[in-house]
Each structure stands twice: as structure tokens, then as C-alpha cells.
Design a protein around this ligand. Structure first.
Ligand SMILES: [Zn+2]
Length: 302
């Protein structure tokens, strides 16, 4: 049995008992305990640590702790890139960025947009992510085992407020959401993963998570409510569910939310994508869940 000293930084303290927050504390470690084993034993899922220093040097999770080791554990910061320093596994889009310096446009072109699988309690966040163009699997029937299997098979980042789920060995990439409200979770994730560069707003069906395509107004005219027929010219549709999207008041609210999380700095290409689609649940009678025969509908229901 050895004793090591730990210090966790910033939001990682939220996983600790009050007496251990914001300060160094010594703790006995099990025989042959690794950095990862102890971080999780102390309550912090391994997915939440972006950088670990042992005695001042960057360390991987597999390092065996020795008597007197001093361990500092840092979360991922949206504003501070620690990927170049860290020896921990990084999300694919971030690891790629840290390998070689690139011009901003090149960086955007070659980035791999992160993909997600959200647990059964994060339906609101899943819809907001789809609205921003992030491939996000969600089903309120998903069991934890399914989420872990999907994430491993498809290289998706697990989103959850269940820290035990993130401690599972098979979960290599995950994000614990500290906030309760979907809009604040959305902002939290944008900051943490630097998602603004990858957003493609209004490019996915909010219900099916599939790509939308532009559709001629004449082809969807019969299915549109009169006010929409009169006011809108641009429409997109989902091949799977046949829902039709247009730029209505809901689109404006979503756009405003995106502008706040991205600082209004989405590249021009994104505006173009946004201009070709939209949603208007306010004027779609019945809404998606209650009017199965009315195929013109849009937007997330609250
Ligand atoms: Zn659809």
C-alpha cells in the first residue's frame, strides 16, 4: 500500500466530497493502483480528465502510483488547449488538431466532427445537437449496455449525467454534463469540445438524425399550412420521415441560441446551410407526434 497526494482542478471538484475540493489531500492507494484506477476510485470518471501531472510531468492513465507521488488532475477547457501536453486519450477531432499546426480554413476542412450517443435522460440536448448539425444517436429506451456498445462500435462520445456509466472500461470518450437544462448543457459541450468550428446548423432531421435535402416548394405545397405556403419559399425534407422544414419563428430562436454559443462566428458556409432549411412548429397543426398524416412539420417540440 502506498500513499499519494491528489489535487483536482476546476469542475472536477464537483465529483469530490466537499472536504477534498480545491485542495491537496493524501490518500492510500490499493496495491498496484494505476492513475486511472485512483482517479475513478476518488469519484471522477476517467473521461473527464484531460491532463494528469504526476510529480509535475504529464502522465498516462496506466502509470503505477508510487509512495509520495503528487498527482494533479485537470479537466478539458474550451479556452485552454492541453492536448499538446497531455498523454491521455483525446477525442479524435482534438487529437488530430494537436498533431500539426494548420491554417484555420484547413483545420476546419480536415477536422472530424465529433459524433455522439446521448443517454436516455438527455433528449433535449440530443435535439439541440442535431439542430446544430451534430450526428447524435438518442433513444429514451437505450440501456446503459447499448450506449456503451454503440459508442465503442461507432466511435461516438457518450453524453450522460451518470458518472458510473463513464467509469466503464469500454467507454473511451465521454462527457459528463454538469448542467440540468438542455440549453446550458449545449453551451457546456460547445465550450468543452470547441464545437463551433464543426457546426452545420439545420442540416439534420431533428427526429431521425439524418441529413436533410432541399426540396422544391411545388413538391410539398399540398402538405403546408396556409400561412407557411404564403410566407416561405425555401424548404428541406428528410427522406426517412418525410417531414418538411422551413425557416419560421422556431428557426430564429434556435439561430439565436447558436449565435450565443458560437459568439455569432459561424463561417459563411454555415449561413448558407442555414438558409436552405428551417423549422416552424408553431404553425404546423398537430405537430409531429399527434398528426401522423400531416407530413409538413418541423422543429423540436418542447
Ligand atoms: Zn426525419
Amino acid at each position: 500500500m502506498v500513499t499519494a497526494t491528489f489535487r483536482f482542478y476546476d469542475e472536477l471538484n464537483g465529483f469530490l466530497p466537499r472536504a477534498r475540493r480545491g485542495r491537496e489531500f493524501a490518500t492510500p492507494c490499493a496495491r498496484a493502483a494505476t492513475v486511472k484506477h485512483m482517479i475513478e476510485a476518488l469519484g471522477v470518471p476517467h473521461t473527464e480528465a484531460a491532463l494528469v501531472l504526476v510529480n509535475g510531468e504529464s502522465s498516462g492513465f496506466g502509470r503505477l502510483l508510487e509512495e509520495g507521488d503528487r498527482v494533479a488532475v485537470y479537466p478539458r477547457f474550451g479556452t485552454l488547449d492541453v492536448t499538446a501536453l497531455s498523454r491521455l486519450p483525446q477525442p479524435p477531432h482534438m487529437a488530430q488538431e494537436s498533431q500539426q499546426p494548420q491554417q484555420p480554413q484547413e483545420a476546419h476542412d480536415s477536422r472530424i466532427a465529433p459524433r455522439f450517443v446521448a443517454d436516455a435522460h438527455l433528449g433535449g440536448l440530443a435535439r439541440l445537437l442535431r439542430m446544430a448539425g451534430f450526428d447524435t444517436l438518442y433513444d429514451n429506451g437505450y440501456r446503459d449496455d447499448e450506449i456503451v456498445a454503440i459508442a465503442a462500435r461507432e466511435g461516438r462520445i457518450v453524453l450522460t449525467r451518470d458518472r458510473e456509466l463513464l467509469k466503464r472500461r469500454a467507454v473511451s470518450q465521454g462527457c459528463y454534463l454538469h448542467a440540468i437544462k438542455p440549453e446550458i448543457q449545449f453551451r457546456e459541450l460547445f465550450d468543452r469540445l470547441g464545437l463551433a468550428l464543426d457546426a452545420q446548423p439545420f442540416s439534420l432531421c431533428l427526429h431521425c438524425n439524418l441529413a436533410l435535402r432541399a426540396v422544391d416548394k411545388a413538391l410539398v405545397l399540398d402538405a403546408l399550412p396556409p400561412s407557411v405556403r404564403e410566407l416561405h419559399e425555401e424548404f428541406t425534407t428528410c427522406e426517412a420521415c418525410r417531414r418538411v422544414y422551413w425557416k419560421g419563428s422556431h428557426h430564429k430562436r434556435m439561430r439565436a441560441l447558436l449565435d450565443t454559443v458560437t459568439g455569432g462566428a459561424l463561417p459563411a458556409a454555415h449561413d448558407e446551410a442555414a438558409a436552405s432549411c428551417g423549422q416552424e412548429p408553431d404553425s404546423a397543426p398537430g405537430g409531429p407526434e399527434t398528426d401522423a398524416t400531416h407530413r409538413a412539420q418541423g422543429g423540436p417540440q418542447a
